[in-house]
Design a protein around this ligand. Structure first.
Ligand code: C2E
Ligand code: CA
Ligand code: CA
Length: 711
């Protein structure tokens, strides 16, 4: 079941409870994307956190790749610089100290000393810095044959080298490479030092190919210092630019994610609002018809499983309209706001109070201990609602009618339960019976008639669908027009003319018949007044159903309408069927006597279809008896019908009543009825029921002939 605590749910603003739905405060606006503010958003597992971690890893990876590529380039550049320095030194500083002859024939001790001195000192201003910077560790000079002609370590002189680099240098290329241990190459021992070894071709003017090669070993340390300085610069630059890049990217994404979250929160909030609006009444915030239906469905499903009972109570406020009419709608609204809490106060937590519209409320008891408990709850609700309401200091009293339907007894679907509770509520309202439990046998309404009921209720709220036609009553003694019967007509907007037989019985089942009768009485009396005003004192007969006769307030209604239209009671006749009176003779009798007391004439309608005895008829304060048309129509062909008509006429006359024959369709009926002494006739032979205007025209024409309709 849906949360029942919300039975009197007010329209609270969406709380945004749960997860990331809390709306963002204005405070953390776009300008506040500072580091702390950003970090605070880094909830573990959030999308932003994932992005932060992944992009950090990618940025660091990018940094490493860039560092690697650049550090290789830096090392290479350092090597090239050192190599170039060596070449310059050799070309400008050393080569001038030796001759082609020195290379070809080797250096005698004197030349050797000279060259050594030259190597040890600077070779000239132009290269001083280079040389000082170079500070060669070791120098060897090879001749064209690869034989060492000069070396710092003199014992190496005269040896021959077959190294590839040397061969390349002899071919004209400058070669250089890093070596880590020169001990075996030089024989000088001295550990694992890193060196840059450079072979520089030496070529004198006029030689087509290099005349020899100088091999210079440089200490690696200065190069390494240069490299590491560059690398430090590189790493600092990289770190700063990547950090700036990362921060900018993060800020961008954090901003976008914040906007997204704000939009999502707004979407959530509006979806929540929509859901609430669709299921709740706008004025009171109570569940509406939709939510009630939903909860009822769930309650019925649950009850079906546990074999428990569910009750639906329809509550209608009887005097709410008065509040609205006399004090205005805003008072009505404020009163309606009080209803939910008042009803809720006598219910349990799991029960639902819904507003169905207007002054109609419904209560769902999802678990109830039979009809008796539902009735007890209805009683408590009525007591609660009958306590005076205090609306802004003004005490308001209302009354409530409640219809009760309990599942499974009165239906097992929400439609059935709601409809039956509705029927019971209308019965309660019409009979001012307080709370009424639906009674299946009496009130069952086939679903095809439900639309009729709804349509009829609507038609009663308008004044262009229901009309009254009038059928003339003709005296059989002189052919004069002695009255008319009012017969209701319903011009349905879609179905066209609906005959009374199709909606009167349905209306009788629900109590709607009272409203219908009031309408027919109202229209007919207005018409009687109009005719009287133009000089035609034409009595009109209106039909009453059983329901009306059971309503003790009927005589008051009739008296009020007569007074309102200024019609003398003698011009109104009320027709009651024989069977209606006999159903509950005692109650009807009281009502009939009061009506008779007003001066209204009464007729027994459809006589012959019931089983009233002479004794019963004698007790009724009626002055007319209408023989049912089935006997009149059959009297000329069936001896039985003829006997009944004759008996009825005699009986009526014996009781001092006037006799009317209904269903007079042919002249032979008129003849036969005249012979039997029947007083009045009504039927198609004289006239069909007609609109008031037609009868007015007829009256005007007949005026000249003394209202004689038939001679
Ligand atoms: P009802 O009171 O017996 O009314 C007479 C019905 O017989 C009318 O049918 C009338 O049109 C019809 N009728 C009249 N002359 C002839 C005839 O020569 N031959 C035949 N075959 N029928 C004739 P309608 O108007 O269809 O009314 C049917 C019934 O509906 C009425 O029977 C009455 O019981 C009920 N009804 C009509 N208007 C009202 C009303 O305002 N209130 C109530 N409670 N019942 C009404
Ligand atoms: Ca009638
Ligand atoms: Ca009749």
């Amino acid at each position: 079941m849906a949360p029942a605590a919300g039975t009197v749910d007010r329209l609270d603003p969406p709380t945004g409870a749960g997860g990331g739905r809390a709306p963002l405060k204005d405070g953390d606006g776009g300008s506040d994307l500072s580091g702390m503010a950003l970090l605070r958003r880094l909830a573990p597992g959030s999308l932003l956190t994932r992005f932060a971690v992944i992009s950090a890893v990618l940025t660091v990876g990018l940094g490493l790749v860039l560092f690697h590529v650049h550090s290789d380039a830096i090392a290479e550049r350092a090597r090239q610089q050192a190599e170039r320095a060596v070449v310059v030194t050799v070309r400008l500083g050393l080569q001038p100290q030796i001759t082609a002859d020195d290379l070809e024939n080797g250096l005698d001790p004197e030349r050797l000393a000279h060259v050594t001195a030259a190597v040890r000192t600077s070779a000239g201003d132009t290269v001083r810095d280079e040389l000082t910077a170079l500070d060669p560790v070791e120098i060897k000079i090879y001749n064209r044959e690869g034989v060492i002609v000069y070396a710092d370590e003199t014992e190496l002189i005269g040896r021959r080298s077959t190294s590839d680099d040397l061969a390349e240098a002899l071919a004209g290329e400058v070669e250089s490479e890093f070596t880590s241990d020169t001990a075996d190459a030089t024989g000088s021992g001295g550990g694992d030092r890193r060196m840059l070894e450079v072979y520089v071709p030496v070529q004198f003017d006029g030689s087509p190919t290099p005349d020899g090669v100088m091999e210079v070993y440089l200490p690696y340390a200065p190069v390494a210092t240069a490299i590491s300085e560059d690398l430090r610069t590189l790493s600092v630059t990289l770190a700063i630019s990547l950090a700036v890049f990362y921060a900018a990217l993060f800020r961008l994404v954090a901003g976008a994610s914040k906007r997204l979250r704000r939009q999502t929160a707004a979407l959530h909030a509006s979806a929540e609002r929509d859901r609430h609006q669709a299921t709740h009444d706008a004025l009171t915030g109570l569940p509406n018809r939709v939510l009630l239906r939903d909860r009822l469905d769930q309650a019925l499903a649950a009850a079906g499983r546990s074999r428990s009972e569910v009750a639906v109570l329809l509550v209608d406020l009887d005097r709410f309209k008065e509040v609205n009419d006399t004090l205005g709608h805003s008072w009505g609204d404020r009163l309606l706001l009080e209803i939910g809490p008042r009803v809720q106060s006598v219910l349990r937590a799991g029960d639902t109070v819904a507003r169905l519209g207007g002054d109609e409320f419904a209560v769902l008891l999802p678990v109830v201990d039979g009809i008796a408990e539902a009735e007890a709850v209805a009683g408590r609700i009525r007591d609660a609602l009958h306590r005076r309401f205090d609306v802004d200091g003004v005490g308001l009293d209302i009354e409530a009618s409640i219809g009760i339907a309990v599942s499974p007894e009165h239906g097992t679907t929400s439609e059935d339960l709601q409809r039956n509770a509705d029927i019971a509520m209308h019965v309660a309202k019409e009979f001012k019976a307080g709370a009424v439990v639906f009674q299946p046998a009496e009130h069952v309404v086939p679903s095809s008639q439900l639309t009729v009921l709804g349509d009829l209720r609507r038609a009663l709220g308008r004044d262009d669908e229901l009309a009254v036609h009038y059928q003339p009553l003709v005296s059989l003694t002189d052919g004069c027009l002695v009255g008319a019967e009012a017969l209701v007509r319903w011009q349905h907007p879609e179905r066209g003319m609906v005959p009374p037989a199709d909606f009167i019985p349905v209306a009788e089942g629900t109590g709607l018949i009272l409203a219908l009768t009031e309408r027919v009485l109202d229209i007919s009396l207005a018409q009687v007044a109009r005719w009287a005003g133009s000089g035609h004192r034409l009595p009109v007969a209106v039909n009453l159903s059983t329901r009306c006769l059971l309503d003790a307030s009927l005589p008051d209604l009739v008296a009020r309408l007569l007074a309102e239209h200024g019609v003398p009671a003698a011009l109104l006749r009320l027709e009651v069927t024989e069977s209606a009176v006999m159903a509950d003779a005692e109650r009807c009798l009281a009502v009939l006597q009061r009506l008779r007391g007003l001066g209204v004439h009464l007729s027994i309608d459809d006589f012959g279809t019931g089983y009233s005895s002479m004794a019963q008829l004698r007790r009724l304060p009626v002055d007319e008896l209408k023989i049912d048309q089935s006997f009149v129509l059959g009297m000329t062909v069936s001896e039985q019908d003829a006997v009944l008509v004759r008996t009825a006429v005699d009986l009526a006359h014996n009781l001092g009543l006037t006799v009317v024959a209904e269903g007079v369709e042919r002249e032979e009926h008129v003849t036969a009825l005249r012979e039997l002494g029947c007083d009045v006739a009504q039927g198609y032979f004289f006239a069909r029921p007609m609109p008031a205007g037609d009868l007015t025209a007829l009256l005007a024409a007949r005026h000249l002939t003394g209202d004689r309709l038939y001679a």
